[in-house]
Design a protein around this ligand. Structure first.
Ligand SMILES: [Fe+2]
Ligand SMILES: [Fe+2]
Length: 175
């Protein structure tokens, strides 16, 4: 992927949220790997961590340091906590969490893809976001394979994760 991809000024805040989000994603999987001894989970999280680290690097290649969130430490803690809590409970809870997180990210990237519209000058950046989004969708699909039915508890947690992610996006749009 091109290193010299230009981010239009109006999309810089969105890319700040993307950078914050991918940082959080890396820490979600780090936390899961920190706690879980289950082979299936370790495999799942190792593979996903690899992709999320690549995403982070790709965004770092095109988003200047001065445009990144000043609260990176907070996004690391938030991500780590989001991965840690379900890991202390059950395998299913971990997969459910990933499903909720990735569903949020899929929509977040879609919003930006829509913003870029059909202008040909935005094609490269659109491709860039679509590639990230595709990976997130496959992460979501990996997770849903393991959770055939969400419990009431999972759904409440899903709401918390969704609201937390939306809140993090709102803050990192500015700081
Ligand atoms: Fe990602
Ligand atoms: Fe992902």
């Amino acid at each position: 992927m091109k290193k010299n991809l230009q981010i239009p000024p109006d999309l810089i805040p969105f890319f700040r949220t993307n950078h914050a989000g991918e940082t959080g994603a890396v820490y979600i999987y780090k936390a899961i790997l920190y706690v879980s001894k289950n082979k299936e989970i370790v495999n799942f999280a190792t593979n996903h961590l690899k992709t999320e680290s690549e995403h982070l690097k790709l965004i770092e290649n095109i988003l200047e340091k001065r445009h990144r969130s000043k609260l990176i430490f907070l996004w690391k803690i938030a991500g780590f906590t989001t991965g840690l809590i379900p890991s202390l409970f059950s395998k299913k809870f971990v997969f459910a969490t990933i499903f909720y997180v990735e569903s949020f990210v899929e929509k977040h990237y879609q919003e930006q893809i829509d913003m870029l519209g059909s202008k040909s000058k935005n094609n490269e950046l659109k491709k860039f976001l679509k590639k990230l989004q595709e990976d997130e969708i496959s992460h979501k699909d990996d997770a849903i394979l393991e959770v055939s039915k969400f419990s009431y508890f999972h759904k409440i947690w899903g709401q918390i994760v969704g609201m937390g992610s939306a809140f993090a996006v709102k803050i990192s749009m500015y700081i």
